[in-house]
Design a protein around this ligand. Sequence first.
Ligand SMILES: [Zn+2]
Length: 274
Amino acid sequence: MRFILSILLWLVPLQSLEASPWEKISSPSTGKSESIGTYNNGCLAGGEDLALQGDGYQVMRSHRGRYFGHQSMIQFLHDLSNGVRQLELGQLLVGDIAMPRGGRFSSGHASHQTGLDADIWLKLTDSPLSQQQLIDVQPLPMVHIKDYKIHQENWGEEQAMLVQLAAVDERVARIFVHPVIKEQLCKREWTDRAWLRKVRPWWGHYYHFHVRLHCPDGNKNCKPQKAPPAGDGCGAELASWKPKSEPAKNKKKVAKIKKKPPRPPEQCLVLLRK
Ligand SMILES: [Zn+2]
């Protein structure tokens, strides 16, 4: 049994490196933006590119070509950076959105497939970064992962306001942050706490947050996700994320064997052949 298990574990890295055909496509398809399928198994028709620089934001690591999104995501990012500018929080650093026609990445994320997911760093810059800096820039951790504690020097008012600004937007369905970050947001006194419902705890999101938009109107092949549970999510559910044992040991258990990716929706296979 042990022998079989070690063989399986040996196979895992090979499978996760399996190339995704979507990574070979360098241009979006023409026509109106349409998200197809689910966030974790879908694609994007009529993708729009986010200009690499704009008022109040910059795209990082653009050589990876992951700055395409549904038109409504591109509009959302412009609106968010405008809001950030008005509040004088700094400059936004935008990470991965989606590939030109969406689809599965061969490594990294399971979602980001329909052009409705985007990663934004919690680190805000005072002034625009140079081209080289946009490649080399290092993430700023907001959480001491091992101690399951907030990083007091890096996390502050600006970060809390940034997440709130994104979450109150009605186009936003969910935001993922590390549970310790959610804890910080829960602790604060907000006049309106309804938006906290959308802020969902998830491992890994300790230097960036992940914004997920609702299926845009009229995109009938876009499959929405169930709404988050009622309430602000600050009670027992959040507490249940706190590791009972040493987080390092816990991490090992999380590394599970990856399954073969599911077959994409038919409309996506058509898009792939176009
Ligand atoms: Zn993400």
